[in-house]
Write a new protein. Structure first.
Length: 214
């Protein structure tokens, strides 16, 4: 098998995988945490063994969906952080970007983040927590990198940036989960409240000399 043929096969497999993930997305949007491999296979017009061939099991499919949505969310969060605006406005825009994403696709959010709801008779033994924790940690590390790049936190800046990165992600996740379930206030009110909570040392710290600023 030559290189060209192998590349064509890889491209075909990648395209088929994207099509299956899009079918899975449609089922998750409809069924939320109750989405099953049977329903996803039916939506894609294939049998469940073929779906297993591509992803292994529901855990493999979940990990692929989590990466797909996390990549898109992180890109949106970085865009909000990079927008030309004052620091407070950028912080609020970043918080709002996260909350807007989970508000727009609540079924996807619940599928990815609610292990207690994910088990169904057809998918016993599937533990979303095995994958949702790494998802949140990835977001925390990404935000820590941005903070370290842009905010002068002194000699222990790298460690403090990681503390802040993971802490802010944990705050966004916990507050967003509560807000999405109860809707006790508007999204704008929640954004302002969370930004007020953050507006302590972050506001007082100076930007790094020569850096892009935060």
């Amino acid at each position: 098998m030559d290189t060209t043929q192998r590349t064509d096969q890889e491209r075909s497999a990648d395209r088929r995988r994207r099509e299956l993930l899009e079918a899975a997305d449609r089922v998750v949007l409809r069924d939320g945490p109750g989405a099953s491999m049977n329903a996803i296979a039916a939506e894609a017009g294939i049998t469940k063994p073929i779906l297993y061939r591509h992803f292994g099991d529901k855990g493999g499919l979940y990990a692929a969906l989590a990466k797909r949505h996390t990549d898109a969310l992180l890109e949106a969060l970085r865009a909000a952080l990079d927008a030309p605006a004052e620091r407070r406005e950028r912080v609020e825009n970043t918080l709002d970007t996260y909350l807007a994403a989970i508000e727009a696709r609540p079924q996807v959010y619940r599928f990815l983040m609610h292990p207690s709801e994910a088990g169904t008779p057809n998918d016993q033994g599937f533990d979303v927590g095995l994958h949702s924790v790494p998802l949140l940690r990835r977001m925390g590390e990404e935000l820590a990198e941005v903070i370290e790049e842009r905010v002068d936190l002194g000699p222990a800046g790298q460690q403090l940036a990681r503390v802040w990165g993971h802490g802010i992600v944990g705050m966004m996740h916990a507050a967003g989960d509560w807000w999405l379930g109860e809707r006790p206030c508007s999204r704008a009110e929640l954004v302002r409240g969370l930004a007020d909570l953050l507006w302590g040392r972050l506001a007082a710290a100076g930007d790094k000399v020569g850096g892009p600023g935060f």
